[in-house]
Design a binder for this molecule. Structure first.
Ligand code: HEM
Length: 401
């Protein structure tokens, strides 16, 4: 029998620490009914991993269950309909193949000096000893990197952040009509801007990802102009929102652990530290999948069209997979965390995100080895995103106890 649990996703205590609720939910088994969403939710590592990999569960709602979206959302929905993140095969395979062709590991690895340059620039030159790092560092680094990768002018970064924040408000628990209207407006403006960029690069190709996507499309074809616009916007948005939160969560985890940042982020240890940051406090907590056919899963019957939530961050704290899961232990074996998803939608940008975290965090702590928190950081009320509202730090000596 499926256990029902109630937990408002905007209750302040839950927003600050959702892991307590996940622990309770895990005791209910692999699946439970989250009454606030009226949705069966997968909470164990084995259930989350299985559903993400199972081709009987897709991102697309089966056609007979789809409802027309309200007209005021059309500019936003047009981007969604053409986004590979929202597609199942064969369309997903077609779009993802083209992105993979342009998003090579050679291109990603070549970005290391540029990421370091941007991180140094953001970390230095502060007049005050006490600064706010979420907006001045964590949020800026990924948007500057992804803009440079796609070939979007750097002076557009502020505007990209604003369009992106408006659009991701659509996935948050506290969505309302004013937020929907703003999201649709921003989606329309963003699409018009990206169309212009694509035309510019068609006329004058450069050494960037938009130009590479155009080449891949010319050579391998089969991408509509709406799909091209959606792909660029998906890369720009997915390319910074989650990474920005992860950088902030990573700084918090390192400083609060009391461990030596220079050691944790030394060349020998930094990759393992980044993996533990991603496992311990991931930025994206919940995704959905829809049943493609009638089926049984972990003892429950599902009908075609049913929706389940997969709780990525809960899977990362499953004691059946991770010893002392609530402790931050850089260097532990973390193979199998689900922060980047799993299966066919596994994050395209994972290598870039890992590099940005490794280079960004090591540069920040090299420049400010004495960095310490001046107040307890608070998470923003944006479930299912999990990232800090503000991160106030002192750049000087650590306070002595
Ligand atoms: C720490 C940072 C990041 C995290 C935690 C993260 C997490 C995820 C997750 C969980 C998914 C799968 C969603 C699902 O299965 O429904 C995903 C997909 C995706 N991510 Fe990331 N991501 C990060 C950074 C990035 C970056 C830097 C990019 C850069 C381009 C990116 C681009 C994408 C794209 C395009 C998809 C869709 C893939 C598909 O549908 O096949 N992400 N990401």
């Amino acid at each position: 029998m499926l256990q029902s649990l109630t937990q408002s996703p905007s209750e302040p205590q839950f927003v600050q620490n959702p892991y307590q609720f996940y622990r309770t939910a895990r005791k209910a088994g692999d699946l439970f009914l989250w009454t606030d969403y009226d949705r069966v939710s997968a909470v164990s590592h084995q259930a989350v991993s299985a559903i993400l990999r199972d081709r009987n569960w897709g991102r697309e709602i089966p056609s007979e269950f789809r409802q027309a979206s309200p007209e005021h959302l059309e500019p936003f929905m047009q981007l969604e309909r053409n986004s590979m993140l929202e597609m199942d095969p064969p369309d997903h395979t077609r779009l993802r193949g083209l992105v993979n062709r342009a998003f090579t590991s050679r291109r990603v690895n070549s970005l290391e000096p540029e990421i370091k340059r941007i991180a140094e620039c953001l970390a230095t030159g502060h007049e005050s000893q006490t600064i706010e790092l979420q907006r001045s560092f964590a949020e800026q680094l990924p948007v500057m990197v992804i803009s440079s990768l796609l070939g979007v002018p750097e002076e557009m970064c502020g505007q990209l952040l604003s369009w992106s924040h408006d659009m991701v408000a659509m996935y948050q628990a506290n969505r309302d009509l004013p937020k929907e209207l703003q999201a649709a407006k921003s989606a329309g403006e963003f699409a018009a801007f990206v169309r212009e960029q694509i035309e510019r690069k068609r006329a004058e190709p450069a050494n960037d990802l938009i130009s590479d996507l155009i080449t891949a499309e010319d050579e391998h074809g089969r991408l509509t102009s709406n799909e091209m616009v959606s792909t660029c916007i998906l890369l720009l948005n997915a390319g910074h929102e989650a990474t920005a939160y992860s950088i902030g969560n990573g700084i918090k985890a390192i400083v609060e652990s009391g461990q030596d940042p220079a050691d944790l982020l030394s060349p020998a240890r930094r990759d393992a530290t980044v993996e533990e940051i991603l496992r311990f406090d991931p930025p994206l907590h919940i995704f959905e999948r829809h049943a493609k056919r009638d089926q049984s899963l972990f003892g429950q019957r599902f009908s075609r069209g049913d929706t389940v939530s997969v709780l990525l961050a809960a899977a990362n704290r499953d004691p059946n997979v991770f010893r002392s899961p609530d402790d931050f232990i850089p260097g532990r074996t973390v193979a199998g965390h689900t922060s980047f998803g799993a299966g066919i939608h596994f994050c395209v940008g994972a290598p870039l995100a890992r590099l940005e975290l490794a280079v960004g965090l090591s540069t920040l702590f090299e420049v400010h080895p004495q960095l310490s928190l001046t107040e307890a950081p608070r998470y923003a009320d944006r479930y299912h995103f999990h990232g800090l509202e503000e991160l106030w730090v002192s750049l000087g000596n650590r306070p002595t106890n």
